[in-house]
Design a protein around this ligand. Structure first.
Ligand code: NAD
Ligand code: MG
Length: 389
């Protein structure tokens, strides 16, 4: 059999989310290329059951143990195996039944299963940027040891990855990460202090899960992406520039030593970077809408406003200092975002929480994996104390 006729067996960790459901659309449209072998969800049992009945995977994992019986029962007429429990994700990540993990869990929760998959030699299509923010050094070191490719799904990093194809011997001068600016572009703190969750959840260009949508509104998402880029492409902090590009047509750019800049462009649609990562190194045909230069003929660029969107400045500080600071920042951010989503704190409070947690947790220059876990826990406790959760 030629490589073209062997189907890639995909495990989608986080199949019920925004990335996970779009990945299943890609798999559904390419049944001769991919099969879905593992699907996992934290709490949306209904959608997980529906997906399992449609795609007939080998295994499903439901994180919420209270929902195990319902899932098991609903799939009793099939041969789908159902797992639950705190170790289930890591156990399944180590199994032989799949070739490529789409890491599409949101937040820190994605770290352990992704690391387990890398340790077991699985190809990674990485949407879960927090994994690299928390422990990028360990993730990248392990992927080199195990010769495991990590193919980015995040649209900016997919853009950079695509610009770098064929350029392995050429030095990068810098990368330019584009940011839409989110729904509050041009706004000042006196406006932001009154912003409500419903408003912050309306992203102008992308439809995404709640956490990343808030991160996009605060620009923390771009900060996380700077750190993600540092690890993926082995860059120094000063080689990473952020530019606001409200149309989200240029997904990011690479400038080489000779000053030449390559950009990757297209309409904002996550199915494209998802499909690219699943099918890499091949490109697959599809019927996604195409960008037409005659219709959106103005592309604009501006500097990010670091004084208003201080989360981006905090992330730059974490990027520059390194050690456990990005991990600490990420944990505080997760707690702050969920507190904002539950209307416990206001939009600007999120930054204050993250800043004080970053000041309080003791700095470790070269943390072990255990120290990353501890720093995450300590930062979460501190953030919860500050918010009085
Ligand atoms: P989402 O909230 O829509 O979905 C998250 C998925 O993770 C769900 O399937 C959920 O069941 C699962 N999950 C949540 N908490 C979990 C836990 N504690 N343990 C196990 N599973 C858990 O999120 P999303 O928007 O699809 O984003 C997923 C990841 O991809 C994030 O890291 C995000 O930053 C990144 N990403 C998303 C987009 C996008 O367009 N949505 C773009 C770029 C990067
Ligand atoms: Mg992105």
């Amino acid at each position: 059999m030629s490589a073209d006729t062997i189907k890639k067996r995909i495990a989608i960790f986080g199949s019920t989310g925004s990335i996970g459901t779009q990945a299943l659309e890609v798999i559904d449209a390419n049944p001769d290329k991919f099969t879905a072998e593992v699907l996992t969800a934290q709490s949306n049992d209904e959608l997980l059951i529906k997906q399992a009945l449609q795609f007939n995977p080998n295994i499903v994992v439901i994180g919420d143990e209270k929902k195990y019986n319902r899932v098991k029962e609903a799939l009793s007429a099939t041969d789908v195996k159902v797992f639950t429990g705190i170790n289930a994700l890591e156990e399944v990540a180590a199994m032989d039944c799949y070739d490529l993990m789409l890491a599409a869990i949101v937040g820190y929760a994605g770290l352990r299963p992704t690391l387990k998959a890398i340790s077991n030699g699985k190809i990674i299509a990485l949407a879960n940027k927090e994994t690299l923010v928390v422990a990028g050094d360990i993730i990248m070191r392990t992927s080199v040891e195990k010769r495991v490719p990590i193919i980015p799904v995040d649209s900016e990093h997919s853009a950079i990855f695509q610009c770098l194809v064929g350029e392995t011997r050429n030095k990068i001068e810098k990368i330019i990460l584009t940011a839409s600016g989110g729904p509050f572009i041009g706004r000042k703190p006196n406006y932001l202090v009154n912003v409500k969750r419903e408003h912050a959840l309306q992203h102008p260009n992308w439809s995404m899960g709640a956490k990343i949508t808030i991160d996009s509104a605060t620009l923390m998402n771009k900060g996380l992406e700077m750190i993600e880029a540092k690890w993926l492409f082995n860059l120094k902090p000063e080689q990473i520039q952020v530019i606001i590009h409200p149309q989200s047509i240029i997904h990011s750019m690479v400038q080489f030593e000779d000053g030449s800049i390559k950009a990757q462009m297209g309409l904002p649609d996550m199915k494209l970077p998802i499909q690219y990562a699943l099918a890499f190194p091949k490109r697959l045909p599809n019927d996604f809408p195409r960008y037409d230069f005659r219709k959106v003929s103005t592309l604009t660029f501006e500097e990010p406003d670091l004084k208003t969107f201080r989360n981006l400045a905090l992330a730059q500080e974490a990027l520059n200092k390194g050690g456990n600071l990005p991990c600490v920042m990420n944990a505080a951010n997760e707690v702050a975002v969920y507190a904002f989503l539950r209307n416990r704190i206001n939009f600007l409070d999120m930054t204050n929480v993250i800043e004080s947690v970053m000041q309080k947790v003791s700095f470790i220059q070269n943390p072990t994996l255990e120290e990353y876990f501890d720093s995450d826990g300590e930062a979460r406790n501190l953030a919860a104390d500050i918010i009085k959760l």
